[in-house]
Design a protein around this ligand. Structure first.
Ligand SMILES: [Zn+2]
Ligand SMILES: [Zn+2]
Length: 95
């Protein structure tokens, strides 16, 4: 698989030389990057699911209190828990 997209931003990617010791490369955790948005995943299947069903899609869920939209209901629930403390945890489904 080749990709012409170059990811410049690796969330959680270790800085070169910061913790890797010589000869320990094999033990390095493999990350899979979405070729479209560069989100990183520990499992290839998760990356493919994201790429097929989530990446680039319109957000489906909306916070009923401030209108913030997200692609995942769990993110909206978490948003309500942190930003609208004491409010009912619910999300509008847009479609
Ligand atoms: Zn993506
Ligand atoms: Zn909100």
């Amino acid at each position: 698989m080749t990709s012409s997209v170059i990811c410049l931003y690796f969330p959680g990617y270790p800085k070169e030389g910061s913790w890797l010791e010589e000869g320990k490369e094999e033990g390095k955790v493999q990350r899979y990057f979405c070729p479209r948005c560069c989100s990183s995943f520990s499992k290839k299947a998760n990356m493919l699911t994201h790429f097929r069903y989530e990446c680039g899609k319109e957000p489906r869920f909306q916070c009923p209190y401030c209108g913030k939209r997200d692609r995942k209901s769990s993110n909206t629930y978490r948003h309500i828990r942190t930003c609208h403390k004491g409010s009912r945890i619910q999300a509008y489904r847009l479609y």
